[in-house]
Design a binder for this molecule. Structure first.
Ligand code: NAP
Ligand code: ZN
Ligand code: ZN
Length: 348
């Protein structure tokens, strides 16, 4: 039997979110039913509710930073038991047999792509609904364990913002002796700073202004510069091994490429709604590269959570009641967040 659960949904593109209900499927053999305690608000939720990335499915229940407790397990599930502290991120299924799935890169599944946590369709053809809800039913293979050392509310943002910064920082080998710049001190950026610092890299924040300088240094940055100040781009020419760009809007890429050392890489995890422009002349001179990265695989997400537990690392959050979701969206658009809104799901 399906379960009817309270949720917050956008009924149409750009419409305010409102209280509603969604049906969750009956628990299948490999499923876990989770009572959601906390759900982070990612800028990707805004992009999708606004159809900034293209046509979307409505009504939409956003939310892919989910933390809660297991309340029921399917007969075939051995890894989780009732009462376990668990999380769900951006994906709830994939083909599991393509080269990428077998390599633990389910986010790059080539067998039809991953099934996203919301605004997507499962293999059964059903629309997926995300974490702004009281419960969710997910295949156990796409559920991760939240270590006891991490409080559930401040751990929730790790399920997207955490893994999205951890994965490229590891892939591009941020660590001792490496100079890493994090562009944009928002939800992703502030975790990029914490994780980059915990990995041993020398971390610089490049924020639009010096407004959040004290925070940046407290979070673990070694240096902090304002990108509104042209002197920043003069002073830091040729400095970085890696630039992790978390900005949700297009940038003047040539200006940032010039900050890379020879063989340096600029990895863009921010996903602006508009096409971006760049000239290859700004890359070729120093064999610089420009790339992007999407979240991380399931095993890597577990590795990231364990890493965060070992380093006592969580998100800086502003906990909100569900009736403030629309206000939080407005504030996120204005850049008024320190540093992640998390919904107390008990108020949904
Ligand atoms: P966020 O909390 O809004 O942070 C974005 C930050 O970018 C802001 O805090 C601001 O930092 C800076 N910024 C915003 N507008 C800007 C502009 N016009 N020019 C320069 N800087 C600007 O958003 P988020 O949740 O961290 O998400 C950031 C982006 O990553 C979004 O596009 C989201 O969709 C994307 N994302 C991608 C993945 C992936 O897998 N690749 C996963 C999750 C999210 P300052 O105030 O410090 O300048
Ligand atoms: Zn996200
Ligand atoms: Zn696959």
């Amino acid at each position: 039997m399906t379960t009817t659960v309270a949720a917050f949904a956008a009924p149409a593109a750009k419409a305010p979110l409102e209280r509603t209900t969604v049906e969750r499927r009956a628990v299948r053999e490999q499923d876990v039913r989770i009572e959601i305690h906390y759900s982070g608000i990612c800028h990707s939720d805004l992009h999708q509710v606004r159809e900034g990335w293209g046509a979307a499915i409505f009504p939409m229940v956003p939310g892919h930073e989910i933390a809660g407790l297991v309340v029921e397990v399917g007969s075939g599930v051995t890894r989780y038991a009732v009462g376990d502290r668990v999380g769900v991120g951006c994906m709830v299924d994939s083909c599991r047999s393509c080269e990428n799935c077998r390599a633990g890169l389910e986010q790059y599944c080539t067998g039809g792509g991953p099934v996203w946590t919301y605004n997507s369709r499962g293999k059964d053809g059903e629309v997926t609904y995300g974490g702004y809800a009281r419960e969710i039913v997910v295949d156990a293979d796409f559920v991760v364990r939240i270590p006891d050392a991490l409080p559930l509310d401040a751990a929730a943002p790790l399920l997207c913002a955490g893994i999205t910064t951890y994965s490229p920082l590891r892939h591009w080998q941020a660590g001792p002796g490496k100079k890493v710049a994090v562009v944009g001190l928002g939800g992703l950026g502030h975790l990029g700073v914490k994780i980059g610092h915990a990995l041993g890299a020398e971390v610089t924040v490049l924020s639009q202004s010096l407004r959040k300088r004290e925070d940046g240094l407290r979070l673990g940055a070694d240096h902090y510069h304002a990108t509104a100040d042209p002197a920043t781009f003069e002073q830091l020419k040729g400095t970085f091994d890696l630039i992790l760009n978390t900005v949700s809007a297009p940038l003047d890429f040539a200006a940032y490429f010039a900050l890379l050392r020879t063989d340096g890489a600029m990895v863009n995890v921010g996903l602006p709604e508009e096409p971006v422009q760049l000239t290859l002349q700004s890359l070729f001179g120093h064999r610089r590269s420009m790339s992007s990265s999407g979240i991380g695989g399931i095993a890597e997400t577990q590795e990231m959570l364990d890493f965060c537990a070992a380093h006592g690392l969580t998100a800086e959050i502003e906990l909100i009641t569900a009736d403030r979701i629309n206000e939080a969206y407005d504030r996120l658009l204005d850049g008024d967040v320190r540093y992640r809104f998390v919904i107390d799901a008990a108020t949904i």
